[in-house]
Design a protein. Structure first.
Length: 574
C-alpha cells in the first residue's frame, strides 16, 4: 500500500498544511480541559468572576481556532483524497490500455471495473479515515497522557491500562476480519461479473425463458456476498458495545478514585475534571483511530489488487530501422506459430505470407480456422510463440503499440460504437476530422444518405454500444471510422457480413479507389466479397492450404473450390 503514496507527491504542500492543521486541532482540543480545570479551581471555587470571564473568553478563542483549522483540514483531506482517486484511476486506465490481451485476461473485464471503481473508493475512504480518525489518535493519546500524568499519576496509569485493553480487543477483531475483507473483494468481483453478464445477455435469457434459472444463480452470488458482509459486521457489532462499556466503567473508576483523593486533600476538583476531559478525549480518539485502522486492511487489499496491474512491466520497444525490407512489402508473416494461454494445440502453425502495398489480401476458411487470430497478432494484441511478424521489414514488437496502430485502420468482427455522437465515433479514426471528411468517409461506407436524413446529421446521439442503430448501420459506421483515418494498412475482420450484396458491391468499388496506395487485408466468409482480391489465403485448422487468386485457387485448392461451390454453385467453380 505504501507504493501508492507516490501519487501524493504532487500534493506534498497541501499534505504538510493538512498535518499542521491537524496538530493545531489536537493540541487546541486538549488545551480546553486544562482551561476548564483552571476556571474551576481559580475562578468558580474562589468566586473570582473576572477570572472566569477572562479564561472563558480564552476558551472561546481556542474553540474558534480549533473549529477553523478543523474545517480547513477537512477541506484539504477531501481535496487530496479526491485527487488521489482521480490520479490512480487515470494511471490504472492508461495501464489497462497498454496491457496485452493475455495480461488483460488474467484479471477479466469485471475485475478491472471493480479495481477502477470499488477498490479505489476503498483507498480514498481509508485516506480520509486516516486523516480524520487515525492520525489524531496517537497525538491525542501521547499529549493527553502527558497532561494526565501531570495532574495525577495513578489515574493516568488507569487510563493507560484501559487504552491497552481496547487496542488488544481491536487487534483480535482485525486478525479475524482481514481474511474476510479479502474474500469480500473477490466476491464483489464475482458479483460485478455476474450482473454485467446477465444484463448484457438479457435478450438471450428471455429468448430461452431462463429468467428464473439465471435469477437463482445470481441470488447465490448476492447471498455469498451478504453472508460475508454480515460476518464482518458481527465482529464490529461486538467490538463497539464492549468499548463503550469499558469507557463508561473507566469514567466511574476515575470519579470514584478522584472523590477519595479530593476528600483526602491530595487532589483538587479542577484536576479531576481535567482528567475526566483528558480520558474522554483520549479514549474517544482511540476509538476513532481504531475505526480508521479497521479500514486499513481493506484498503491494503484494494491497494494490492491495484498494484498487481500497475506493477506489470511496460513493454520495451526498440527503435525500428528506417531501412525497409522491400519497398513493395507492407506486412510479412514468417513461420508464425501461435497458441492461446492454456491451450494444448496451437491455433496457427507455420504461417507465412506477404501483404503488398496497393494490393488486397483476403483470408478465408471455415469457422475456427484462425482467421481472426491472424488479425489479432497483426494488431499486436498477442505475440506469437514462434516466428515473426514484420511491418516494412521491422518486427512489429519493436514498434510502440500506439505507433503501430496509428498506421492501421481496423474494423473489428463485432461492430462497436461508443456512446456520444456519430461525430465522436468517426473522430476515433481522426481526431481533427472535418465535417466534409466525415461525410466523405460515410459516402464510401454507404451510410451518408442515412446520416443526411437524420435531423442532427453527424451530431446524432449514439447510445451505449450503438444500440439505437441496426447491425448493418453500426458495421458501416465502423468502416467509415477506419476510412477517415487514411492509414497505410486497412484490416477488415469479417466487416461486410451485415451488408446486402448490392451495398457490399458499391462499398467495395468505392473502397478500392480510396485504398489504392494502401495495403488491405480482408477476412471474409462470403466469396463474393473477396473474389477480386490480388491474393487470397485459404486457412484450414490453423494451416495455410492455398495462396493465390480466385481462378488459380479454383484450379489448385480443393477446400477453396468446396467453399465456392457451397456459396455460388458448381457452375461458378467450374
Amino acid at each position: 500500500m505504501l507504493k501508492l503514496f507516490s501519487f501524493l507527491e504532487p500534493y506534498k504542500k497541501r499534505t504538510i498544511l493538512m498535518l499542521v492543521c491537524l496538530s493545531i486541532q489536537v493540541f487546541g482540543t486538549l488545551y480546553i480541559p486544562t482551561l476548564t480545570a483552571d476556571i474551576v479551581d481559580n475562578g468558580i471555587i474562589k468566586g473570582n468572576l473576572e477570572y472566569i470571564w477572562r479564561i472563558g473568553g480564552m476558551m472561546v478563542l481556542v474553540a474558534a481556532l480549533v473549529t477553523g483549522v478543523s474545517i480547513l483540514g477537512t477541506y484539504l483531506s477531501s481535496y487530496i483524497a479526491a485527487s488521489l482517486g482521480r490520479d490512480i484511476r487515470n494511471a490504472l486506465f492508461r495501464k489497462a490500455q497498454d496491457l496485452s490481451i493475455d495480461e488483460f485476461n488474467q484479471f477479466g473485464t469485471a475485475s478491472m471495473i471493480t479495481r477502477n471503481t470499488n477498490d479505489i473508493t476503498q483507498i480514498q475512504q481509508a485516506f480520509s479515515s486516516a486523516v480524520v480518525m487515525l492520525l489524531p489518535a496517537p497525538f491525542m493519546a501521547v499529549a493527553g497522557l502527558i497532561l494526565a500524568f501531570s495532574k495525577d499519576k495513578l489515574l493516568a496509569l488507569s487510563i493507560l491500562g484501559v487504552m491497552l485493553l481496547i487496542i488488544l480487543l481491536a487487534l483480535v477483531i482485525s486478525k479475524k476480519t482481514i481474511p474476510l475483507f479479502a474474500k469480500q473483494q473477490m466476491l464483489f468481483d464475482s458479483l460485478n461479473k455476474n450482473v454485467r453478464e446477465k444484463i448484457t445477455g438479457v435478450r438471450v435469457i428471455r429468448a430461452f425463458n431462463s429468467t428464473g434459472y439465471e435469477k437463482k444463480r445470481l441470488d447465490e452470488t448476492f447471498t455469498n456476498y451478504r453472508n460475508t458482509a454480515i460476518r464482518i459486521n458481527k465482529f464490529f457489532a461486538t467490538l463497539m458495545p464492549l468499548i463503550t462499556l469499558i469507557m463508561n466503567l473507566t469514567t466511574l473508576l476515575i470519579v470514584w478514585v478522584g472523590d477519595i483523593r479530593i476528600t483526602s486533600g491530595t487532589m483538587q476538583l479542577g484536576d479531576l475534571i481535567a482528567i475526566l476531559g483528558y480520558a474522554s478525549l483520549i479514549l474517544t480518539s482511540l476509538i476513532m483511530g481504531i475505526m480508521g485502522i479497521i479500514g486499513i486492511p481493506r484498503a491494503k487489499i484494494s491497494a494490492d489488487r491495484i498494484r498487481a496491474i500497475l506493477d506489470i512491466k511496460d513493454h520495451s520497444f526498440k527503435e525500428p530501422s528506417k531501412d525497409q525490407y522491400q519497398n513493395d512489402v507492407n506486412i510479412e508473416f514468417r513461420n508464425v506459430t501461435f497458441r492461446y494461454t492454456g491451450a494444448e494445440e496451437p491455433v496457427l502453425r507455420d504461417i507465412s505470407f506477404q501483404v503488398k502495398k496497393g494490393q488486397t489480401t483476403a483470408i478465408v476458411g471455415s469457422t475456427g480456422s484462425g482467421k481472426t487470430t491472424i488479425v489479432n497478432l497483426l494488431m499486436g494484441f498477442y505475440e506469437p510463440q514462434e516466428g515473426s511478424i514484420l511491418y516494412n521489414g521491422n518486427e512489429i514488437h519493436n514498434f510502440p503499440h500506439q505507433e503501430l496502430r496509428n498506421k492501421i485502420g481496423y474494423v473489428p468482427q463485432k461492430a462497436f460504437l461508443f456512446s456520444g455522437t456519430i461525430s465522436d465515433n468517426l473522430k476515433q479514426g481522426k481526431k481533427d476530422a472535418t465535417t466534409e471528411e466525415m461525410y466523405h468517409a460515410c459516402q464510401i461506407a454507404q451510410i451518408s444518405d442515412f446520416i443526411s436524413g437524420l435531423e442532427r446529421g453527424v451530431e446524432t446521439v449514439v447510445s451505449q454500444g450503438g444500440n439505437n442503430f441496426s447491425g448493418g448501420q453500426k458495421q458501416r459506421l465502423s468502416i467509415a471510422r477506419a476510412v477517415i483515418k487514411k492509414p497505410e494498412l486497412y484490416v477488415f475482420d469479417d466487416s461486410f457480413s451485415a451488408l446486402d450484396f448490392k451495398t457490399d458491391a458499391k462499398l467495395r468499388a468505392l473502397l478500392s479507389e480510396e485504398t489504392k496506395e494502401a495495403a488491405v487485408i480482408i477476412v471474409a466468409q462470403r466469396i463474393n466479397t473477396i473474389m477480386n482480391a490480388e491474393q487470397i489465403i485459404v486457412l484450414d485448422e490453423g494451416v495455410i492450404v492455398g495462396i493465390g487468386t480466385h481462378q488459380s485457387l479454383l484450379a489448385e485448392c480443393e477446400l477453396y473450390k468446396q467453399i465456392v461451390e457451397s456459396q455460388l454453385g458448381k457452375e461458378e467453380s467450374a
